[in-house]
Design a protein around this ligand. Structure first.
Ligand SMILES: Cc1ncc(COP(=O)(O)O)c(C=O)c1O
Length: 365
């Protein structure tokens, strides 16, 4: 029997296991120096002043919005094509998400649609651009709109650790960058985890307060915060993964080039487009096809795991329907019907890529 081609793969080595065991033996499970070191190393790798460890990417977006002053009644611009966790923090701070369509080539927030909607908005206060699939949105254009209208920018870089565009690393153009370390992401902490990065001292201080029950160093509960801390196990695993993530990103990018070479000659398929002057870190390798569900079934029957990210546009989910103006996002909706994510991880072999491509060719023959 031929082996399954897995969708993703998670790296564990003896060093990671030893480091986790060290934490267990130390009995210092929270608020220790492993987290401080992880934060310092992550900040240095992104070339920013502050990194704040949090228990998820969702918490990083939420604390980012709150620390940047977003609250009740504020309008926050989000792309329609994203995981719902981009939107739920906006709803959680009682702000109103305003949905923006995507760029047809990169599937990231379209700055033209953004500007049109910001111009018409009554209380525009923030933008959450998403670096979907590992490619950075057009931050120069988006930041220009933010500067013109004095809007806070929280970059959802949950899928784009160390991606680059126009000379900037993901998460470093806006006021805040938010990362997820969920197990399937380009780097993980061995469970849920997140990181907020910023150059702004006040935002960093607020985020540290928010993650720890709203408590300041002198023990006063200054604001309403909850517990969003990242524990020492996660920090220990994250530090080890941080040593490899850029090498893994190169491997993902190289795998994507191989897929491109094999698939771009099939007329039914649209392969991913990389923006000029960018480094795409391919959290996901996503093609567009006219008959997605049937192709997906064919691949499944032949031992190839695939995914759909995401089937339903964010603005169509019941949780947001009565919290936003009804909106049509033509490109987003069309995209959601056509996208298919193929197996992608740093250790995918040439043979596995060939198997996936052979099956796709076979299907279209
Ligand atoms: C685009 C995007 N935003 C936000 C999140 C939320 O991250 P987490 O699952 O760590 O809360 C994720 C990942 O799941 C994501 O892919």
């Amino acid at each position: 029997m031929t082996e399954q081609v897995p969708f993703t793969d998670i790296y564990v080595d003896d060093e990671i296991v030893d480091r986790a065991a060290d934490v267990l033996e130390s009995t210092q499970y929270v608020k220790g120096d492993r987290l401080e070191k992880f934060e310092a190393e992550f900040a240095e790798a992104c070339d920013v002043e502050h990194a704040v460890g949090l228990h998820s990417g969702t918490a990083a977006i939420l604390c980012g919005l709150q620390a940047a002053g977003i609250g009740e009644g504020d309008q926050v611009f989000v792309p329609g094509h994203t995981f719902f966790a981009t939107v739920s923090p906006v709803l959680s701070v009682d702000a109103e998400p305003v949905f923006v369509d995507v760029d047809p080539d990169t599937y990231t927030m379209d700055p033209v649609d953004l500007e049109r909607k910001v111009e018409r908005a009554e209380n525009p206060q923030g933008i959450v651009p998403v670096h979907i699939y590992g490619q950075i949105a057009d931050m120069e254009a988006i930041q220009a709109v933010a500067d013109d209208y004095d809007l806070a920018v929280v970059e959802d870089a949950c899928q784009a650790h160390f991606a680059e565009r126009d000379g900037h690393i993901a998460g470093t153009v806006g006021d805040v960058g938010a990362f997820s370390f969920y197990p399937s992401k380009n780097m993980t902490v061995g469970g849920d985890g997140g990181m907020l990065i910023t150059d702004d001292d006040q935002i960093a201080r607020r985020a540290r307060t928010l993650r720890n029950h709203g408590r300041t160093e002198d023990g006063t509960h200054e604001v309403l915060g909850l517990n969003y801390r990242l524990d020492e196990f996660k920090a220990a695993v994250g530090r080890r993964q941080l040593e490899f993530v850029r090498e893994w990103n190169e491997a993902r990018n190289a795998a994507a080039q191989k897929y491109d070479r094999r698939l771009s000659s099939i007329p039914e398929i649209t392969t991913p487009t990389e923006a000029a002057d960018s480094f795409h870190v391919y959290h996901l390798y996503v093609i567009q096809v006219p008959d997605r569900d049937v192709l997906r079934e064919h691949l499944d029957e032949n031992g190839i795991d695939t995914g759909v990210h995401y089937e339903t546009p964010a603005h169509r989910h019941p949780a947001v329907r009565d919290r936003t103006e009804s909106t049509e996002l033509e490109r987003t909706e069309r995209l959601c019907d056509r996208i298919l994510s193929l197996p992608m991880h740093p250790r995918i072999t040439d043979e596995e890529i060939d198997r996936v491509c052979n099956e796709i060719e076979e299907y279209y023959r």
